[in-house]
Design a protein around this ligand. Sequence first.
Ligand code: AQP
Length: 334
Amino acid sequence: MGNDKKVIFSGIQPSGSLTLGNYLGAIKNWTTLADEYNCYFCIVDMHAITVSKEPKDLRKNTLEVLANYIAAGLNPDKVTLFIQSHVSAHAELGWVLNCLTYYGELGRMTQFKDKSKKQQNSNITAGLFTYPSLMAADILLYQTDLVPVGEDQRQHLELARDIAIRFNNKYSKTFVVPEPYIAKIGAKIMNLQDPTIKMSKSDTNDKSYILLTDDDDEIRRKFKRSVTDSLGIVKLSNDQPGIKNLLGIYSKITGETIESIVERYEGKGYSIFKDDVAEVVVNELRPLRLKREELLKNKDYLQEVFQKGAEKAENTARKTLRKVYKKVGFIPRY
Ligand code: AQP
């Protein structure tokens, strides 16, 4: 990895099995970046415990996310794949940045408002509230230039930028101020039962999402039952959010333009269209599933990958943390 390359950082929470949304909105785009950028792709397990998790599920999901990264085409010899809790600098910088982040800023984060509503305002942890300052630490530790994020994460990235600028102004230039990286074809994949909200792995309705672990028939069934409308015309319209979502999924996977898809399904009705979208998804996810299952049988290899990744990440992260500690006035131990 050349030092002259711009740095990219992104991550996914192992808060459940990954969805088609995580794949099309994040991982699939990342696979196109490995040659041009110095990429760090993290499994952010410390973020996952901001909402209560069964330890055995967290362990299983963490390895599954790593296997998904590799199965989707992220080559661990070209990009740094690692687990957040293995690099303690994330927690350490997270604390320093917590002390530079204002209560009011965190309270304005829409993801905090949404997620705390889901918990019906009971058992909302301080970790969920301060999640964005830990996310800022994740990004700033690697002197990240670009962060590929979905629309849903944009507000958090804005805050990370504000915190970086605040630190640089207070203590002198320390952090690169990161910019959002906009994928050539963006995608926000919506919930199959309520296409006005995004598809999420922690949704309680399992018909609302396609998981990367779903088998072919499960995927077909879920698309058949996906909520559309009563118009019966396949076209791109904000008044038809269900069809709009299916068009987006089809186009993102095949690379065909929405106009050309719409033209082909003129007068054909929803049933054929839904079946064809399902087939496109089945064909995209089947090789990924087989590869992931293969990788999960080889735990030694996965361990080798995450250990090597943590070592590489740690080297860079420690350098940044050392500078930060010095600037805020901590006395070095040695
Ligand atoms: N539906 C989506 N469409 C497009 N992109 C999506 N991403 C998530 N859902 C969609 C992208 O996946 C990356 C990491 O997601 P995450 O797991 O760290 O957090 P999240 O955005 O909160 O994802 P979920 O599935 O909704 O998780 P839970 O249910 O645990 O909160 C990000 O780049 C995100 O844009």
